[in-house]
Design a protein around this ligand. Structure first.
Ligand code: NAI
Length: 252
């Protein structure tokens, strides 16, 4: 896909990877529709994108709310006149062990933490992917859907909810590519390794050290190394149904 003047939705664009995806798209001449629950930070991303000389609009969006997602994708098409791509990036962490014993007492992983991550990281991607696909079909456009998974999709210690959601996102990426190819829609994903965003920087120092030692390249990724992956997916018209594993060689 030629990127200039194409319209992309980026969810979770207020900070971290989403912000970097938005800025990289803007640097490449794409018009950006930025969505997040954090409107204060989103406005900062919007201004940075606008400074690149492209149209940039911010939208308050909770990806877990079906009606909200439907309304925002409709609003984006109305505001920009079209839609060419979505980067389904919004995500959260709520880690914990399945069960543990503390002071002789059995503590179970809470259903609310499980559900919060499933709602945001799995259902959110489902809803945004579904709405984008629907718009591409209605507009008769060959769009691109990029889903953000994680190296944790293979199963990571203390992340029942997160790993399950990211495995689900990876599976949906493959099957959506199969289902949507008939409309000229491509679907691909990125499974990032540990990347230096707020989500990771806020982890305990000893945990960060442990993670760094487990990565063959012995460092966290820069956010720009992930956005390079997103640009590759957007541009390469023969890339679909696959996940890019950008993880410094880390295996979980
Ligand atoms: P982050 O915590 O820095 O940013 C996440 C953004 O999503 C925030 O702006 C937040 O407000 C937004 N958000 C959260 N819940 C939302 C909701 N319900 N609706 C709309 N927006 C919502 O996280 P980071 O690190 O930028 O992660 C982005 C994506 O990359 C996530 O899907 C994460 O799982 C994935 N990822 C991150 C890795 C890392 O090392 N940072 C590694 C692997 C995957």
């Amino acid at each position: 896909m030629e990127l200039k003047d194409k319209v992309v939705v980026v969810t979770g664009a207020a900070q971290g990877l989403g912000k970097q995806f938005a800025i990289s798209c803007a640097e490449n001449g794409m018009k950006v529709a930025l969505a997040d629950i954090n409107m204060e930070n989103l406005e900062k991303t919007r201004r940075e994108c606008e400074d690149k000389g492209v149209l940039a609009k911010g939208y308050e969006l909770d990806v877990t709310k079906e009606k909200n997602v439907e309304e925002i994708y409709t609003q984006v098409v109305s505001d920009f006149g079209t839609l060419d791509a979505t980067i389904n990036n919004a995500g959260i962490l709520r880690d914990g062990l399945l069960v543990k014993v503390k002071d002789g007492e059995l503590i179970k992983f809470s259903l609310s933490k499980w559900q919060a991550v499933i709602d945001t990281n799995l259902t959110g991607v489902f809803l945004c992917g579904r709405e984008a696909a629907g718009k591409f079909v209605e507009l008769k456009k060959s769009g691109v859907i990029i889903n953000i998974a994680s190296v944790a999709r293979s199963g990571n210690f203390g992340q029942s909810n997160y790993s399950a959601a990211k495995a689900g996102v990876s599976a949906m990426t493959v099957l959506w590519a199969q289902e949507l190819a008939q409309y000229g829609i491509r679907v691909a994903g990125i499974a990032p390794g540990f990347t230096a965003t707020e989500m990771v920087v806020s982890l305990r120092e000893d945990i960060k050290d442990k993670f760094t030692k487990s990565i063959p390249l012995r460092r966290f990724a820069e956010t720009s190394e992930m956005s390079d992956g997103a640009l590759f997916i957007l541009k390469n018209d023969y890339f679909t149904g696959r996940m890019l594993e950008i993880d410094g060689g880390a295996r979980i």
